[in-house]
Design a protein around this ligand. Structure first.
Ligand code: ZN
Length: 241
């Protein structure tokens, strides 16, 4: 079992120490990690794990049941034995880009729910652009402009972003329909990690996010495409704050 140390609110940590619990020439498992394993529409962190006598460049991180496998792109030295102490270093620039994008996704999702009554059916975050699928939705170009304007107004308000664990029954009661995706989260997960943008939005989410909306920057909607009768995909990018 690997402890996900970035949860609930340490998603700004990119350097840490840990202990190897299992390793091969393909992956390293630690007792705890700050690396984000891919999932929920967010790609994994990449970075480096170093130990006395060796070094592994990590080019993907995946959950395998309770274990987090840091997949090795390039290995220097021997595979580390169990109990070896290591230092982990996450690519901080990339992590920051993904955290900004993921936080922007929450804001766009909330704006679209409030203005158009459409839920977020799925999303895919990247460092340079992201997309969200909305249902039921059928936007035109004016709608897209309105989404961009309202998103940027919210970002300019620099609301704080709080991340914490809450009892599942409280989350089920408090979360707005259309922002929960609770059907995707196994019933056994309790408490849930929630991300709350002060006075604006709250939803359960295990991804990485910034601490206030001012860090996100400025959203540019790139376009929309219809993905079926009632589903509309919106793409956006970010400019630095
Ligand atoms: Zn999120």
């Amino acid at each position: 079992m690997t402890e996900l140390l970035y949860l609930p609110d340490a998603d700004d940590v990119t350097e840490f120490t840990a202990t190897v619990t299992d390793a091969t020439d393909e992956y390293v498992v630690l007792d705890g990690t700050y690396f984000y394993p891919e999932g929920g529409g967010q790609p994994a962190d990449i970075g480096v794990i170093e130990w006395d006598g060796g070094r592994a460049e990590i080019d993907n991180v995946r959950k395998d049941h309770g274990e987090v496998r840091h997949e090795i792109g390039r290995l220097e030295g021997d595979v580390p034995a169990a109990d070896t102490p290591v230092e982990g270093r996450i690519d901080a620039e990339r992590r920051r880009a993904l955290a900004r994008m993921h936080t922007a996704q929450h804001v766009v999702s909330r704006v679209v729910l409030d203005e158009f009554g459409a839920s977020t059916a799925g999303n895919q975050i990247h460092t340079d652009r992201s997309r969200i699928d909305f249902e039921p939705a059928d936007f035109d170009d004016d709608d897209l402009e309105r989404i961009q304007r309202l998103t940027n107004e919210a970002l300019a308000n620099d609301y704080s972003v709080r991340k914490e664990n809450r009892a599942r029954e409280d989350v089920e009661r408090e979360v707005d329909e259309g922002r929960s995706l609770l059907h995707l989260i196994s019933d056994s997960v309790d408490p849930l990690r929630v991300v709350e943008i002060d006075g604006f939005d709250m939803c359960p989410c295990g991804g990485t996010h910034v601490d206030s909306l001012g860090a996100v920057g400025h959203v540019d909607t790139l376009g929309r495409i219809s993905k079926g009768k009632d589903t509309e995909r919106v793409e956006f990018t970010l400019h630095e704050p």
